[in-house]
Design a binder for this molecule. Structure first.
Ligand SMILES: *[C@@H]1O[C@H](CO)[C@@H](O)[C@H](O)[C@H]1NC(C)=O
Ligand SMILES: *[C@@H]1O[C@H](CO)[C@@H](O)[C@H](O)[C@H]1NC(C)=O
Ligand SMILES: *[C@@H]1O[C@H](CO)[C@@H](O)[C@H](O)[C@H]1NC(C)=O
Ligand SMILES: *[C@@H]1O[C@H](CO)[C@@H](O)[C@H](O)[C@H]1NC(C)=O
Length: 346
């Protein structure tokens, strides 16, 4: 009898394991089928969500003249500890620019409250889109930002008849003078971008007022060897065929080719491409520290509730991890030398 019971148990276990294995391999078959294809040919369905649109310019301190063309400033972004500070810095530049509509397309499947708060507080007209990278591209080296720029482009094609489009990442630094120049773009304007590649700069080369070539450390057999932040497009020149592929390094070129752009159409800005008015200024990747704090215990110390809230905010924004087991013991200093551990607060 005992042997029979053991045998039965082994049989049942084996059956369960086989069913689980079958379910697992079935679900991964879809993945394998895709993995064996050229990923660029995979049809993609992206679930974009329009989080919020504000068309009212609430700023009272800028020239609101209707004679000015609208600049549509498209910013792809993605969640990381640097996201909020980068967007905050960019917001404070854009707030000085008259007649501008900020399109922020975020690579996450929800409408981030942090991003929404930054946008709302600018007083700018804006569009907030949730445009996650297609699932199939997770973990591959497919270029960041394409899903976001595509989402912004389709919003523009449905909602804007005229104005000027500019792709500015959340880590670019822009001289206010550039806005005045790109606003006059008739077809496509171009200008140098600083702190990029192995030449320190990427720029069109201008001769007798015309663009005759490109100075960029990665030619990549591109017709238009420019950076995403190095050109602006008049919306009227944005044909329905406008497209941006998921091919790292070729997004700019393929996009400009899809507009039917010719070399002689290009309008050089920034004093015939002799000045730098926009830069790549990546924030150095921050190594997230872990703080050893028993936050649950600290919550009972009501006298320090604001400090406890700061610790929670620091953890929520991903600037530090808080653990009650691991990490460095943080101290608080008082009177220059005497100090106590955060855990000893009372
Ligand atoms: C700016 O102009 C728009 C339309 O031209 C108007 O709706 C808006 O109220 C104006 N904003 C300010 C602060 O005057
Ligand atoms: C606002 O911009 C318009 C159009 O460029 C210009 O004519 C006007 O002088 C500007 N107003 C101010 C106060 O700068
Ligand atoms: C650009 O170059 C052309 C041709 O040499 C010249 O006429 C024009 O004044 C230059 N523009 C600027 C802003 O320097
Ligand atoms: C502490 O660190 C260990 C090893 O790195 C990790 O496995 C564990 O999850 C950490 N515990 C907490 C509460 O963070």
């Amino acid at each position: 009898m005992r042997y029979w019971k053991v045998f039965k148990n082994i049989f049942v276990m084996g059956f369960i394991v086989s069913v689980m294995w079958l379910m697992f391999s079935w679900s991964s078959m879809e993945f394998i089928r895709y993995a064996s294809m050229d990923p660029r040919s995979i049809p993609i369905t992206v679930k974009n969500k329009l989080c919020h649109v504000n068309n009212i310019d609430e700023r009272v301190f800028v020239n609101n003249s209707s004679d000015l063309k609208m600049i549509y400033y498209v910013t792809p972004t993605y969640p990381r500890p640097e996201q909020v500070p980068e967007l905050t810095r960019l917001a404070h530049t854009l707030m000085h620019v008259p007649k501008i509509h900020w399109i922020v397309a975020d690579d996450q499947s929800l409408c981030s409250k942090d991003v929404a708060d930054i946008l709302r507080r600018t007083g700018l007209p804006y569009t907030h889109i949730s445009s996650p990278k297609p699932y199939i591209y997770k973990g591959t080296n497919f270029p960041r930002g394409v899903a976001n720029r595509r989402a912004a482009l389709s919003w523009l094609q449905e909602n804007a008849d005229d104005g000027v489009l500019y792709f500015g990442d959340d880590d670019n630094t822009i001289d206010l003078q550039l806005f005045g120049e790109i606003r006059l773009t008739k077809k496509v304007s171009m200008f140098p971008v600083g702190l990029i590649g192995d030449y320190g700069v990427s720029s069109p080369v201008v001769k007798d007022g015309k663009v005759v070539g490109f100075f960029d450390s990665w030619p990549g057999s591109r017709m238009f060897a420019v950076d995403m932040a190095g050109f602006a497009v008049n919306i009227e020149f944005l044909k329905p065929s406008a497209n941006m592929p998921y091919i790292a390094g070729h997004e700019e070129d393929r996009f400009l080719v899809s507009l039917g752009l010719k070399l002689e159409d290009i309008e050089p800005l920034a004093a015939n491409c002799s000045k730098v008015l926009v830069w790549h200024t990546k924030t150095v990747k921050y190594k997230k520290p872990t703080l050893r704090v028993d936050i649950k215990k600290l919550e009972d110390v009501t006298a320090y509730k604001y400090f406890v809230n700061l610790l929670k905010e620091t953890s929520r924004l991903g600037m530090a991890s808080i653990s009650n087991i691991n990490g460095t013991k943080p101290y608080i200093t008082r009177n220059r030398k005497s100090y106590e551990t955060v855990a000893d607060l009372h």
